[in-house]
Design a protein around this ligand. Sequence first.
Ligand SMILES: Cc1ncc(C[n+]2csc(CCOP(=O)(O)OP(=O)(O)O)c2C)c(N)n1
Length: 644
Amino acid sequence: MLITPGRLLAKIDSPDDLRHLNQTDLPQVCAELRQFIVDNVSVYGGHFGASLGVVELTVALHYVFNTPDDQLVWDVGHQAYGHKILTGRRDTFHTNRFYKGLSGFPKRKESPYDSFGVGHSSTSISAALGMAVASQLQNHPKRHHIAVIGDGAMTAGLAFEGMNHAGATEADLLIVLNDNCMSIDPNVGALREYLTDITTSPTYNKMKDEVWNLLGKMSNFGKSAQDIVSKIETGLKASLLHQSNLFESLNLRYFGPIDGHDIDHLVSVMNDLKDIPGPKLLHCLTVKGKGYGPAEKDQTKWHAPGLFDKVTGEIKKKVYDKPQPPKYQDVFGNTLVELAEANEKIVGVTPAMPSGSSMNIMMKAIPDRAFDVGIAEQHAVTFSAGMATQGQVVFCNIYSTFMQRAYDQVIHDVCIQELPVIFCLDRAGFAGADGPTHHGAYDLSFMRCIPNMIVASPMNEQELRNLMFTAQSDTIQQGKQAFTIRYPRGEGVMPNWRTPLEAIEVGKGRKIRDGKGVAILTIGPIGNYVTNACELLETELIHPAHYDMRFVKPLDEAMLHEIFQRYDKVVTVEDGCVMGGFGSAVIEFMTDHGYVARVKRLGIPDAVIEHGEQIDLHRECGFDPKGIADAVRELTYAERIITA
Ligand SMILES: Cc1ncc(C[n+]2csc(CCOP(=O)(O)OP(=O)(O)O)c2C)c(N)n1
């Protein structure tokens, strides 16, 4: 479907074209940009509310600053659709997030305007500061560096680490705080309260405007006059706010709050800020979903709504004639409540993903035992560890990819201290359209090498429920081991998934089918592809056995002995990196026990795999049903020639 940009937008092939327009044209550019985003996302999907909320900011930033020489860093990057469209990607924007198309996030390889690759949050301040300090070292005194960060992303420790450093430098750094009171779900924590406090202090706001005007006028009178006014301004901010200004305390000059949808004001303020040296922060108030009614009203739902009818605002849902399997995340959310109702020690922890992980089901059902701690994965893990020391049974749910942030906490705060925290890693394996920044590719490898850690993955919904049941049982909780359960994004395979809860013996796999000559060993839901692969092979009279190992650690050694005694050809399949993962564990077992077999490991290779539908990526990496069948054919080829 061809989407036509508005009259002005059609002529903007780069920010240079934008900068040639009159400032009076900018409201029209904003309206057309907003419409173009609505038109595209409604038919092609993607993130939505965040980009609509920063339309004016995006236009103002590219209008005022000399991008790409000035370095503009977007935090997370899910709000950068307007930026992509204004920076030469308007005509390819319909490929956004599709296999081989544009990335849904800024990406250095994609454009010189994408100064820094993003996807995970709260990196922008550190990255832009690094650029600013490099500019000083390389003698580019006129280059500006801007980090645009949301109030949600600002809750992460990394953002504070960046500010702490920035405040001790003279770097030319502008932090634009895009405050819309939302993370994906409503933002949480004391920082949110603090920002609301600044935003709603009427006395401060009035005084601030007056001082600002004065500051503008004083700039004609040289640096010492500016310094005096600046001191008055700082004093005013401190005395008029309930606390001293957080950002000023970190030695960042604080400006705002201003209306982030007033394009004229944004342009004039940014022009002023260009002349103010050193690290500074501009606090902009915006509305997530701005300009599209339904998205303004239900901001969580419209964070990434899927396809929708742009006229009625109806989100398109596929209609099926029979019951469908649930999403793994919903099995997690519902099972957690079921378990927590029976075991009052159970608590749930999520770092800013209540709806993404379905922890919101427990937050609703048992609010005092479910915690959204903000975008703070490291804190989430150590907070869980703290609760575990007191005998709470903690389900800490973190997307596999975001767990990378908290690796030291898992080792240092949980496993070394023998605490039985339960980690549920959602979005394990390929994340799909979000791409390489979000693929949960590494958890099997990085979790299995930690002492005092059990690592499991269910092949279906029933197994997920049973693993959760097992992990919270007294046997595990009185032991000394943490318990990782990883499962993928999307739906499972069992429409009737509310099965009775049963404990699973830790380190015990399942034989799914017997075979001849070759065995396929799988971990997790990717094992469901094997049924299909075997159907393909049956017609060629190849009969592989299939084992669902369930646990990567501890491995089912009895089962592996059986396998290596019966089969000298083995294929391992995992939706995770092959280096150091499940297949590697099987090979380690094989050599440790002196078996000799041909083993083919299927999984994610040592490469950055881009975005696309999960099945496309499985195919690309050779572990879709056909890829698995091919691997078996390859292993058995010589034998079949001989016996033919
Ligand atoms: C480290 C990390 N944790 C979680 C996420 C998932 N995530 C993506 S956007 C988002 C909300 C960000 O909120 P904010 O920065 O305020 O931007 P907004 O969407 O409100 O514009 C979250 C939690 C992430 N991208 N990175």
